[in-house]
Design a protein around this ligand. Structure first.
Ligand code: PNS
Length: 157
């Protein structure tokens, strides 16, 4: 049987830190479903379709990219997946991630959260920081895939 994990997030936009997590997850699981959250409350820079397309453009084998609304645990049941991946950068991530993992466990005890560490090169990186850097023409070379860099430059032109 194929082992599959769901890697959820807003991915607004995807960074090389996220890509590093996907590649690590692919060393453990046969297939990774990258679930892109609508997350309208956060007022995303890129639409849901744009965020999904940017991840698809990476052309990663054994990766499915899907948009989702609603609860993560419901998505896990719908996809028959019992493992969720989250990336951890620094201790500062831990509190929110613990809260998320415990809330999800409270709703569905059959879903486990596994934390993977981002490559140390990207441990300071977040989508919000990338957007700030791009907005004010700071260099984002090597921090996001090339097509994401172009999309950000276009958006802030
Ligand atoms: O990349 P992010 O912004 O940290 O990801 C946030 C995400 C997608 C994990 C979060 O928005 C989310 O879980 N959304 C779905 C609603 C849900 O299931 N919440 C968890 C328990 S209340």
């Amino acid at each position: 049987m194929q082992s599959t994990a769901i890697y959820p997030g807003s991915f607004d936009p995807i960074t090389n830190g996220h890509v590093s997590i996907i590649k690590r997850a692919l060393r453990i699981f046969d297939k990774v479903i990258v679930a892109v959250s609508e997350n309208d409350a956060k007022g995303p820079l890129f639409s849901l379709d744009e965020r999904v397309a940017m991840i698809n453009q990476l052309g990663l084998d054994r990766v499915d990219v899907i948009p989702f609304k609603g609860l993560l645990v419901d998505l896990c049941v719908e996809k028959d997946v019992s493992v969720m991946i989250r990336g951890l950068r620094a201790v500062s991530d831990f509190e929110y991630e613990l809260q998320l993992a415990l809330a999800n466990r409270r709703m569905n005890r059959d879903v486990e959260t596994i934390f993977l560490m981002t490559d140390y090169k990207y441990s300071f990186l977040s989508s919000s920081m990338i957007k700030d850097m791009a907005r004010f023409s700071g260099s984002i070379d090597g921090l996001v895939p090339e097509h994401v860099k172009i999309a950000l430059q276009e958006r802030f032109k």
